[in-house]
Write a protein that binds this ligand. Structure first.
Ligand SMILES: CC(C)(COP(=O)(O)OP(=O)(O)OC[C@H]1O[C@@H](n2cnc3c(N)ncnc32)[C@H](O)[C@@H]1OP(=O)(O)O)[C@@H](O)C(=O)NCCC(=O)NCCS
Length: 165
């Protein structure tokens, strides 16, 4: 029977790397390599999540937790799967994992031209606080932060996002 695809969010594992490399190559001018993924997945202070539909990797997201700050290292949805709230689901799970890890703030860099991602991040309470010049080889990065993510207001924000899915 036809129906909406069920999206499973689970920890990313080494077995996801091959599919992730394909998505990287189709997405970024400087894609992460197998070495970068293996290194990231092996670090204790990182949290990586995968989104899977029908056994197929459709996206992934990562977090580096340092003290009470959680830095989003990547949020990527396969080109063919975009616009179906998978990015929002991954970010929701990431924000919750950040809270569980004791983080009080979320931060990330995003290309100044990437208005789609910026819109998603704003929904998660992230606001632009500055620009990192030439952060990417060819473009500046907007630095975004969300504070007090450990509080009840933020928990309510996440619950509202979940209800809207
Ligand atoms: C950014 C990205 C992760 C979003 O994932 P997604 O699953 O397509 O996003 P969602 O369906 O959850 O959309 C969430 C919100 O993002 C915004 N958005 C998504 N696609 C958009 C588009 N093409 N144009 C404008 N806004 C868009 C909207 O605000 C949307 O909210 P809405 O559904 O209420 O309108 C995905 O587009 C992607 O992988 N892009 C390439 C990699 C990238 O730029 N990653 C971020 C690096 S910092």
């Amino acid at each position: 029977m036809a129906g909406a695809a069920v999206t499973l969010i689970r920890p990313m594992v080494a077995g996801d790397i091959a599919a992730a490399l394909e998505i990287e190559r189709e997405t970024y001018p400087q894609p992460w390599t197998e070495g970068v993924f293996s290194d990231e997945l092996g670090r204790d202070d990182r949290i990586y999540l995968a989104a899977e539909e029908g056994g197929r990797l459709v996206g992934y997201a990562g977090l580096m937790v340092i003290g009470d700050e959680a830095h989003v290292t990547t949020l990527t949805v396969a080109p063919w799967a975009r616009g179906a709230r998978i990015g929002t689901r991954l970010m929701l799970a990431l924000a919750r994992r950040a809270r569980e890890a004791g983080a009080r703030a979320l931060t990330l860099e995003v290309r100044v031209s990437n208005v789609a991602a910026q819109a998603l991040y704003r929904r998660f309470g992230m606001a632009p606080v500055g620009v990192r010049k030439r952060y990417y080889r060819d473009e500046d990065a907007l630095i975004m932060w969300a504070h007090d993510i450990d509080g009840d207001d933020y928990a309510r924000r996440l619950a509202e996002i979940e209800e809207s899915l």
